[in-house]
Write a protein that binds this ligand. Structure first.
Ligand code: CP
Length: 304
């Protein structure tokens, strides 16, 4: 059974294939309009979402398939104590593929162990978000023309930001990648990524608290929101939430072709004035997310 639990499930070659299929979908959308006719995706979202859930649903509809699911745990039998494993086995009787988001790290993996249909991790706690990474990779490829030879700055909540964790692991597999981690001390990347991924592979990186100092070096600036829902202490969230705000003035320090990415939702960390800057790519990222999820659904369902 094919599942997508973390981004390293796929080889670089498989990711290249997904990107190539996405580029073909953009050029020839009509070719794909009935690829999943008769197929159903279930979106099981135990945690809020706008983009991921709706883009999976839009992706399946654009492939000619159908959708079912729920958007909050309280409207499912999880509220009566049903496990994610049982839920997946039940929903596998109704749908051909499942996209699952859950606040607990590892829940989609647990669901995949006995699922009769492919499980896609649509975000598990502060851990991973592999399909956001696919959207990010397609965006970087389209904007920069390459996935290697890049200096990538991650800014904001690098501790709880699951999109950062997944994209970092994905980018480590390309040549000549340098990372710049910009965060307050309390929100630095987790030790397991620093030690088990970056240090082990000898990937160059610097950590800093100052965005302005490093902006001129960056090819990509990946902004993130401070993840209020993962904090145990409201006072800490309030103290840290506005640590970084990207403004039009700060953008004058950046390279003329730097790409600004953000998985969204944004709160305060990118001023609305930056949206007019041609380097702002976060709404393009949203569209790319729907397209590469179409490619992903076809891959996991083994559609020709
Ligand atoms: N990027 C992302 O995961 O957005 P949602 O939480 O709206 O799905």
């Amino acid at each position: 059974m094919n599942h997508l639990i973390d981004i390293l499930t796929f080889t670089v070659e498989e990711i290249n294939q997904l990107i190539n299929t996405s580029l073909d979908i953009i050029e020839n959308p009509e070719k794909y309009s009935e690829k999943c006719k008769g197929k159903k995706i279930a979106t099981l979202f135990f945690e809020p979402s706008t983009r991921t859930r709706l883009s999976f649903e839009a992706a399946m509809l654009e492939l000619g398939g159908s959708v079912l699911g729920f958007s909050e745990a309280s409207s499912s039998s999880a509220s009566k104590g049903e496990t994610v494993s049982d839920t997946a086995q039940v929903v596998g009787c109704y749908a051909d593929i499942i996209a699952m988001r859950h606040p607990k790290e590892g829940a989609p993996y647990a669901a995949s162990l006995h699922s009769p249909v492919p499980i896609i991790n649509a975000g598990d706690g502060g851990h991973n978000h592999p399909t956001q990474t696919l959207a990010d990779l397609l965006t970087i490829k389209r904007e920069k023309g390459r996935l290697d030879n890049l200096t990538i700055g991650f800014c904001g909540d690098l501790k709880f930001g699951r999109t950062v964790h997944s994209l970092l692991q994905a980018m480590c597999r390309y040549e000549n990648i340098k990372f710049v981690f910009i965060s307050p001390d309390e929100l630095k990347i987790p030790d397991y990524l620093r030690q088990d991924v970056l240090d082990k592979k000898g990937i160059p990186y610097v950590e800093t608290a100052n965005l302005e100092d490093v902006l001129p070096q960056l090819d990509i600036l990946y902004m993130t929101r401070v993840q209020q829902e993962r904090f145990f202490n409201e006072a800490d969230y309030i103290r840290l939430k506005d640590s970084y705000i990207l403004t039009a003035e700060k953008m004058t320090l950046a390279k003329p072709d730097m790409a600004v990415l953000h998985p969204l939702p944004r709160v305060n960390e990118i001023a609305v004035e930056v949206d007019q800057d041609p380097r702002a790519c976060y709404f393009k990222q949203v569209m790319n997310g729907k397209i590469i999820r179409m490619a992903l659904i076809m891959k996991l369902l083994e559609v020709e």
